[in-house]
Design a protein around this ligand. Structure first.
Ligand code: ADP
Ligand code: ZN
Length: 435
């Protein structure tokens, strides 16, 4: 039977949810207008007053905020409460440039931990579980966010942080951890290490994994589920909106429910800013309607996905977002063709290769080049150069079918590419060096 952390909210009727959102939005817009000069100026420039926003139907009237606004306003320019009310900061991982900082009041922390508690419960977690948190602790939101939710649920919480993989496995075995929280790339690495230690999933007790903070494919999900013997759940979030837990997966494992009582999602056309109808792919935009210290309105995440209100078998009525395909800025444009790292990952795993790969893009003689280094599994090694070349050609063919252009594939020895303990770096774009 499906368990909920907050049944009232998670299964609320659409009408009641809209009413709640309407009320909270009106209050939030006023809070921001009165306290954040940066956003007030944006609203004034657009000619929108707080009175114009009577509910979610008026959301589209508000100006957007983007990462560059966060950088302009760094560090205190978007703060909406006195600093004395704030109890913590976190900061982005800086995956795509200068870090931004976000502020939290105690209420903001409580709301965030409520969201991660919902995620842990949806993954089957209860107070009887032992939850190993192998997301990084520190400025990164992953560790702290799931740690807080795990406490709320009442799990025995093991705040391991990331790294020291042998010790992760030792603790996991000794304590009998039942839930693992970390990035999917780190989960894959833990699975690989388990195997290298001569162990199998039968030697550990994990039943669920809560993996997020970076894009990962369905193929990667299946591969982790097999190597660790668990059911893998996706979790999504970003520092700007609090951290992981903005959306979480349920037993259906088909898209993530958005905690709509706190975050209103929209999908927009990234080029024109126009709001797109449900079901179309576009850029995800969030409005935080309960955050006090750092309440971003219409924040453009740059993540591309689809929203859906289709009925979910878990009974939750919260709207669902598809797995983000990657950020709009992860998308590589190679010889005029749009390519996502996830497409390459899908081909690799389908063809029986490991999810350890590195994509290098360059421009040579005015033409873009795409090189993909792929680690072989030990059983794919061959001492005949001819065999290896054949394998490389076959992989390049399969990738061409998926992405439309021909990459150069380099098979490299097992374990020669760097493993990730946090967010994996999959792409090196050397073209930027020449610009
Ligand atoms: P940074 O932007 O520096 O990486 P964050 O740690 O705040 O900082 O990362 C948030 C971003 O991570 C999201 O905008 C999204 O691109 C990515 N992300 C988080 N969770 C997921 C997920 N489950 N699937 C895909 N991408 C995710
Ligand atoms: Zn569901």
């Amino acid at each position: 039977m499906e368990r909920y952390w907050n049944e009232e909210i998670e299964t609320m009727s659409r009408d009641d949810m809209k009413k709640l959102q309407d009320e909270r939005l009106v209050k939030q817009v006023k809070h921001v207008y009165d306290n954040v000069k940066y956003y007030r100026d944006l609203m004034d420039k657009k000619g929108v007053k707080p009175e114009d926003i009577k509910g979610t139907d008026d959301l589209h009237k508000l100006p957007f905020l983007s990462k560059s606004d966060l950088r302009d306003a760094y560090p205190y320019g978007l703060l909406a409460t006195p600093l004395s009310e704030c109890v913590r900061i976190h900061s982005t991982s800086g995956t795509t440039g200068k870090r931004v900082v976000a502020f939290y009041t105690q209420n903001d922390i409580d709301m965030w931990e409520e969201c991660t508690a919902r995620a842990i419960t949806a993954a089957g977690g209860t107070k009887d579980d032992i939850c190993q948190i192998a997301y990084g602790f520190g400025l990164f939101t992953g560790g702290a966010g799931l740690n807080g939710g795990s406490h709320k649920v009442g799990c025995l919480t093991v705040p391991m942080s990331s790294g020291n993989t042998d010790r992760q496995i030792t603790f996991m075995r000794d304590l009998g951890a039942t839930i693992l929280c970390c990035t999917p790339s780190y989960a894959a690495y833990i699975g690989e290490t388990l195997h290298d230690m001569g162990l199998t999933p039968d030697d550990i007790q994990l039943k669920a994994g809560i993996f997020g903070a970076e894009p990962w494919t369905e193929e990667m999900r299946r591969s982790i589920e097999k190597s660790l013997g668990l059911k893998a759940y996706d979790i999504y979030g970003l520092t700007e909106t609090s951290g992981p837990g903005v959306a979480f997966e349920c037993s259906e494992q088909n898209g993530m429910h958005i905690n709509e009582d706190n975050f209103i999602p929209e999908i927009i056309d990234p080029e024109t800013g126009e709001v797109l109808p449900e079901g179309e792919i576009g850029e995800l935009v969030f409005t935080s309607i309960t955050k006090e210290a750092f309440p971003l309105l219409r924040y453009r995440t740059r993540d591309l996905c689809v929203l859906s209100r289709n009925k979910c078998s878990c009974g939750r009525t919260l709207i669902k977002m598809s797995k983000p395909k990657g950020r709009s800025d992860d998308m590589m444009i190679i010889r005029g063709v749009n390519v996502f790292p996830s497409q390459i990952e899908t081909v690799l795993i389908e063809q029986g290769y490991s999810p350890n790969y590195l994509i290098e893009v360059d421009r040579i003689n005015n033409s873009d080049t795409l090189d993909v280094s792929v680690e072989m599994n030990p059983n794919q090694l061959s001492d005949k150069v001819k065999d290896m070349q054949k394998q490389e050609r076959a992989l390049a063919e399969a990738m061409k079918l998926m992405i439309g252009i021909s990459p150069k594939v380099h098979l490299v020895s097992p374990k020669s590419l760097q493993r990730s303990e946090g967010k994996a770096v999959r792409v090196i774009d050397k073209r930027k060096l020449h610009d």
